[in-house]
Design a protein around this ligand. Structure first.
Ligand SMILES: C[S@@+](CC[C@H](N)C(=O)[O-])C[C@H]1O[C@@H](n2cnc3c(N)ncnc32)[C@H](O)[C@@H]1O
Length: 359
């Protein structure tokens, strides 16, 4: 049925035709699978062979990040994935050793079971409540709790299923347990759980806060593409104005309070722009040459643009409530070489810099 639906457009007519031949329910499922499979390839290189539920795909960990999660456990040791969903983390864990996947939803479990076989991995998959299964005592546990509203941007710890505190209480005796949470959760809450905290960067986004137990409260940022890790390090100082180069830090580096790892100064109260006289090459940074800086006054910026024969093609801002599209119109002059306008606060003031991206 999947094979027959693969190259047909998803129209009521086609769904009806296949439904008459087999069953309406399965026909809808088959067309739905192709839609989900096509969507899944941004997360899963082998997504076109996998099976999904809509919610399960949305909640599933990106395969590159799942591989990182799996690398936190010893090779060959059995790991319980207490909330396995459609099995993205489960598959990654199975690549390194035996796994047991548990979930409340039968449909997710069917997908997880199927997806293990797509990769040629064995693994036990069973329906159950994570907290009941965890109570049996395990050495190695991974848990990616669901969210009431299926959103990654969960800032209320009460919105997790199963509840985060219950999971943390039941993994106290583990040799190693990893719990995936939203990076939007407040520092105080994450710290109150105990354990180490890792903020994970992928595609230049801070994707998750990983709680790792047992741990002593260490906070770090992890860059998936490069494998780099940065420990929380405060900034040595903040300068009102940028010097030779301005750098935009990766969101996970900012979230992990690790902006100080380069020894560079922060720029104003931007909490994310760094500056120094030397060029620094790093996967954590996007760098710009500083062409001009001063207070944010439209007239002054326009004068600098005219003098340099530049035009603003993008506005970047941190910590200021200014609409970039409005600003671009305000400083429009016509021709010139493209530069970027950076806006950031220093106390009550807003400061500006004209910069040029260095690739
Ligand atoms: C965020 S998803 C897991 C995604 C999975 N890590 C992946 O990458 O595919 C969370 C899962 O937890 C399951 N869940 C919620 N409450 C549960 C509970 N009490 N016991 C077991 N599973 C639960 C949901 O059905 C959902 O499939």
């Amino acid at each position: 049925m999947l094979a027959e639906a693969e190259h047909l457009p998803t129209t009521a007519k086609n769904i009806g035709k296949l439904g008459d031949k087999y069953s309406p329910e399965y026909s809808r499922w088959a067309f739905g699978q192709w839609e989900l499979r096509r969507k899944s390839v941004e997360k899963f290189p082998r997504g076109m062979s996998m099976q999904f539920t809509r919610a399960g795909l949305e909640m599933a960990t990106h395969s590159r990040i799942a591989a990182y999660h799996a690398s936190l456990f010893p090779v060959g040791a059995e790991v319980l994935d207490a909330t396995c969903g459609i099995g993205s983390d489960l598959v990654a864990l199975a690549a390194r050793g035996p796994v047991i996947g548990v979930d409340l939803e039968r449909e997710h479990l069917d997908c997880a079971r199927f997806n293990l076989t797509v990769f040629g991995f064995a693994g036990k998959v069973a329906r159950g409540d994570a907290l009941e299964v965890l109570a049996k005592g395990w050495d190695y546990v991974y848990c990616d709790p669901g969210r009431r509203d299926d959103s990654q941007r969960v800032i209320n710890p009460e919105d997790y299923l199963p509840p985060v505190w219950d999971v943390v209480d039941s993994i106290r005796g583990c040799k190693k347990a990893v719990i995936k949470l939203s990076p939007m959760l407040r520092d105080e809450f994450l710290q109150s759980l105990g354990g180490d905290i890792e903020f994970v960067s992928y595609g230049r986004e801070c994707r998750e806060a990983l709680m790792i137990f047992p741990g002593g409260g260490q906070v770090a940022a992890v860059h998936i593409e490069s494998g780099e890790r940065a420990l929380a390090t405060p900034l040595p100082r903040n300068d009102e104005e940028p010097s030779g180069y301005l750098f935009e830090a990766d969101p996970a580096l900012i979230r992990a309070h690790a902006l100080g790892i380069f020894g560079m100064a922060g720029v104003g109260d931007s909490n994310g722009y760094l500056t120094g006289d030397k060029w620094v090459e790093s996967p954590w940074l996007r760098g710009y040459e500083v062409l001009w800086c001063g207070p944010w006054r439209i007239r002054m910026v326009k004068e600098a643009l005219l003098e340099g024969n530049w035009r603003v093609d993008a506005v970047k801002k941190r910590g200021v409530q200014i609409e970039p599209t409005t600003v671009i119109r305000q400083v429009e002059l016509g021709g010139g070489r493209p530069v970027q306008l950076v806006l950031y606060p220093v106390g009550q003031k807003v400061c500006a810099a004209l910069v040029r991206r260095i690739d």
